[in-house]
Design a protein around this ligand. Structure first.
Ligand code: IPD
Length: 265
């Protein structure tokens, strides 16, 4: 591993660990919604904001010349060429309701390439990490995707956006997919969903409308665990469409999603 990747991994692991402990131990019993974003159900809590500040303060201490892009508004250009992509709570609705599947997602990218990804899931007692070219790990064990089953036996995860117009079509895509596969899961944290593919806890995952902070770390972790990731045919993962699945399953799933128009509203 290069010195840069090793340093970025160390910083990302420490930042995610600090935010994870803060969120797990500091969740107010009466936690409420601090603000809404794209719709009335797209919520931000005071803990999303405090977690993003904790992470960006730590990054500024360790890597003052780097850029940052955070879900709750953190944005700085930087001069080093490294940019941090941060989701201070991925799965905010789960966190709000006291459900366990929420995470802290931190990725470092340079020249358009994600070098390091860390997803901490404190209520699972697990941290997922990957370094470009260096494999993926869950805590200290290697992570590996499940061998692809036949399409009709695939357990497929997905998620829904916050806008009604988008959800109507997303529901229609699921309606047409569910009779053709083993079953569908909606976990509530895209970063964890991608890591679950990496761990073989789910065969595949797709979603339209994710932001870079939702997928940057999980995409690298899934790829380093042996998954193929992408969007529409020939396209990389993007807000338009994110797909992750092992070889043998990726192609048929991508074909179906193309046919069902999963990439548009
Ligand atoms: C959301 C979660 C959810 C996905 C949404 C995301 P947030 O992120 O990842 O699983 O379905 O599209 O916006 O808002 O909790 O950070």
């Amino acid at each position: 591993m290069t010195d840069l990747k090793a340093e970025l991994l160390d910083v990302a692991l420490e930042a995610a660990a600090r935010a994870g402990v803060f969120l797990r131990d500091g969740r107010p019993a009466d936690l409420g919604v601090a603000a809404t974003k794209t719709s009335a159900v797209d919520v931000v809590t005071e803990m999303d904001i405090a977690s993003e500040k904790l992470i960006t303060d730590y990054l500024a201490e360790r890597r003052p010349d780097d850029g940052v892009l955070g879900e709750e508004g953190a944005s700085a250009q930087g001069t080093s060429g490294v940019e941090w992509v941060i989701d201070p709570i991925d799965g905010t609705v789960n966190y709000l309701y006291g459900r366990p599947d929420w995470s802290v997602s931190i990725a470092a990218r340079k020249d358009g390439e994600t070098l390091v990804g860390v997803v901490a899931a404190p209520m699972r007692g697990e941290t997922y990490r990957a370094v470009l070219g260096g494999g993926a790990h869950v805590n200290d064990r290697p992570a590996r995707v499940r061998v692809a089953p036949p399409f009709e036996q695939a357990l497929v995860g997905t998620g829904f956006g916050y806008l009604e117009s988008r959800r109507v079509h997303q529901a229609d895509v699921v309606r047409q997919l569910v009779p053709r596969v083993r079953d569908i899961r909606r976990g509530g944290s895209a970063a964890i969903d991608l890591c679950d593919v990496a761990l073989g806890r789910m065969d595949a995952y797709y979603e339209r409308g994710l932001n870079p902070w939702d997928f940057a770390a999980g995409d690298l972790i899934a790829r380093e665990a042996g998954a193929l990731t992408g969007g529409r045919p020939g396209e990389p993962v993007s807000p338009e469409l994110t797909i992750a699945a092992p070889p043998g399953l990726f192609q048929p799933l991508q074909n179906w999603l193309e046919e069902l128009g999963a990439w548009h509203d």
